[in-house]
Design a protein around this ligand. Structure first.
Ligand code: FEO
Length: 627
């Protein structure tokens, strides 16, 4: 029985999922399965984008038959010849003898290598920039060599602004009934597999990925349809940003990945003590036993973290087998721009440390810290100082980016005593948040713009809130709050609901038409949080409060934090540029002063210095004259 999914009026997913496959390409574990995506475009002419793996041919055939209805199949565009996408080509030529195969010249060569049917009579060769017009749609071809094989090309539907991206932006994991990435909690449940897919499948080809991202940047894209995993119709900039980062081999996070091999636990013990010392310094660490964890997971982590530690016994006068195999894989995937530390073990004729260094010296821009930690069979008490020294050396290099971000000699005018331009404050990258609190049966919330992480370990944040806000009084009394981090798709009405009225007079949550359904949406502290247009929630327990004049600054321990969506956090600037309606004055309207924050119009010839906006509580400095 068919199982198809509509993407647009004209485009249908006709792929299939495989949850029985143990090892994708014989090397990558896929515990959550994998999808093989194929797409059918129905226009005056019908076009199929790629086929599927032989394991799921039957479902694919049923899907295609259903989606085509009584139309013939006119074109098959072959974007990638790897058999997980090309296995169905021969059968299609038998079922649809009039079908033309649209591909580039390297694909034609591979078609001859993989198949033995009459190919040439039905092939239409395209190259970079060629267009296939199918009626309403015009399909543009972009070559994408080595993303992942040399023949790969992508197709851009200029009519619906859809990029068919071949392997790029793909993911491991079966679709499980969803099709769009925004239907699932992608950040929580799929981002690790998205990274593992990229790093293992195309991680080696960063330069080629950069080239194709450059081409993609020249067209407007609303939807991305990859050959594996979810279709993207929201937050495209987020995944493109990830590809930009990974393809330049820059780390995503500052912290230490420790990969170790250990025969009897002694090398593991040294690795663990190092990890513990790093944690004591507030440095994030992850640890992997290379003999246990699949190498594709460790490789993915190596692309994620800024610092890598490799610890290995000496074995047969070389590196321990599983570590050597992992390092070969890592070097083959072109890892770059990392700081590395090495731990060597050897009961006699220790060799592994030097050999690990030699292997990694093949990679670009790898800073291998000078002192290898050398263990003879097992770590001894007098070597704890060496572990401390290694932790300190790692710490010293971790500090560097923070120092570099504020190079000497760059001072703002105010630091040079040239006065204060209040507009400069708007350039700080404030976010916008709904701050919620609960006092007995009363829920309330307001909009704030000052939330910042103070420390990582222990995790502390600070918030500041105007004393004029009812939420302020509730937090002062209860010492607890939630911060819902708003996203760029937040509608203006949310700011009106939480920002332009007082909880002393109205129940702000009663204004939510779904309030009854959402009564249970509370975090562990019993305080409500927002679920729509929010990407994350932090629950804080106040440990200090400071009177800062008009506001109180609360310092709080983070007692709960969770991701809600993949949306981009809204900034103050974005709010001004895209969300807040521009004030429009009628010709006969009384001139006055407009609040730049919420748009409130104060109809008067004058504005007192101590004027406070009755809606959003901002002061006179945030008003501009419209007279
Ligand atoms: Fe899913 Fe490179 O193929």
């Amino acid at each position: 029985m068919y199982c198809i999914k509509k993407i647009t009026e004209d485009l249908t997913w006709v792929g299939a999922n495989d949850r029985r496959l143990a090892m994708f390409e014989g090397v990558y574990s896929v515990p959550d399965g994998v999808s093989y995506n194929s797409y059918l475009l129905k226009d005056d002419k019908t076009v199929l984008f790629d086929t599927v793996d032989k394991a799921v041919q039957q479902r694919f055939s049923e899907n295609l038959t259903e989606a085509l209805g009584n139309q013939p199949l006119d074109y098959l565009i072959v974007q990638h010849m790897e058999p997980d996408h090309s296995a169905g080509i021969k059968e299609l030529t038998l079922r649809y003898p009039e079908m033309q195969i649209v591909c580039n010249a390297p694909t034609l060569t591979m078609l001859h290598q993989f198949f033995d049917f009459d190919i040439d009579s039905r092939v239409r060769i395209v190259q970079e920039g060629d267009i296939l017009a199918t009626g309403k749609h015009s399909l543009h071809f972009l070559m994408a060599p080595m993303v992942h094989w040399p023949e790969v090309m992508m197709t851009y539907d200029a009519t619906d602004k859809i990029l068919f991206s071949a392997d790029a932006f793909g993911n491991f994991g079966a679709l499980n009934g969803a099709l769009f990435a925004d239907e699932v909690d992608f950040a929580k449940d799929y981002m690790d597999e998205f990274r593992r897919y990229y790093t293992n499948i195309v991680g080696k080809y960063g330069t080629q990925v950069q080239a194709v991202l450059k081409k993609a940047a020249s067209v407007e894209i609303d939807t991305i349809c990859p050959l594996h995993g979810f279709v993207w119709r929201k937050h495209l900039q987020d995944i493109i940003a990830k590809y930009m980062l990974w393809s330049t081999y820059e780390p995503e996070e500052f912290g230490v990945m420790i990969a170790y091999a250990s025969i009897y636990g002694n090398t593991e013990n040294a690795a663990e003590i190092l990890s513990s010392k790093l944690r004591e310094q507030g440095i994030k660490t992850v640890m992997f036993d290379v003999s246990v964890t699949p190498h594709s997971d460790i490789l993915s982590a190596a692309f994620r973290w800024s610092h890598l530690v490799f610890a290995s016994p000496t074995y047969n006068a070389g590196i321990f087998v599983t570590m050597e195999s992992f390092l070969n894989d890592l070097v083959a995937h072109n890892i770059q721009n990392r700081t590395v530390a090495v731990i060597e073990n050897g009961s006699w004729a220790a060799m592994s440390g030097g050999l690990i260094r030699k292997k990694l010296e093949q990679c670009k821009n790898i800073n291998i810290l000078d002192n290898t930690l050398r263990i003879k069979s097992s770590l001894k008490t007098d070597q704890l100082a060496d572990i401390d020294a290694m932790a300190n050396a790692i710490r010293a290099t971790l500090d560097k980016p923070a120092l570099d971000s504020n190079p000497p000699g760059k001072h703002s005018p105010s630091q040079r005593g040239e006065g204060i331009d209040a507009q400069t404050l708007f350039k700080i990258s404030y976010g916008l948040f709904v701050l919620t609190a609960r006092d007995g049966d009363k829920d309330n919330g307001c909009i704030v713009n000052t939330v910042a992480q103070l420390t990582d370990s222990p995790l502390k944040i600070l918030i500041t809130i105007s004393k004029a806000n009812y939420t302020h009084d509730m937090i002062l009394k209860t010492g607890e709050f939630n911060v819902s981090i708003l996203t760029e798709d937040t509608p203006f009405r949310t700011f009106e609901q939480f920002g332009f009225q007082s909880g002393k007079n109205v129940d702000k949550f009663a204004l939510d038409k779904n309030a009854a359904d959402k009564e249970s949406i509370r975090s562990a502290n019993g305080i409500r949080y927002l679920t729509d247009n929010v990407n994350g929630v932090l629950s804080g327990k106040v440990i200090e409060s400071h009177d800062v004049g008009t506001h109180t600054m609360f310092v709080a321990d983070v007692v709960q934090a969770f991701s809600v969506s993949e949306g981009r956090s809204v900034t103050y600037q974005y709010y001004f540029d895209h969300i807040k309606p521009k004030p429009v004055l009628a010709n006969n309207r009384t001139p006055g002063f407009i609040c730049q924050i919420c748009g409130y119009l104060h109809e008067s010839d004058t504005l007192p210095d101590d004027f406070i906006c009755p809606l959003c509580k901002h002061g006179a400095k945030d008003f501009v004259s419209v007279s």
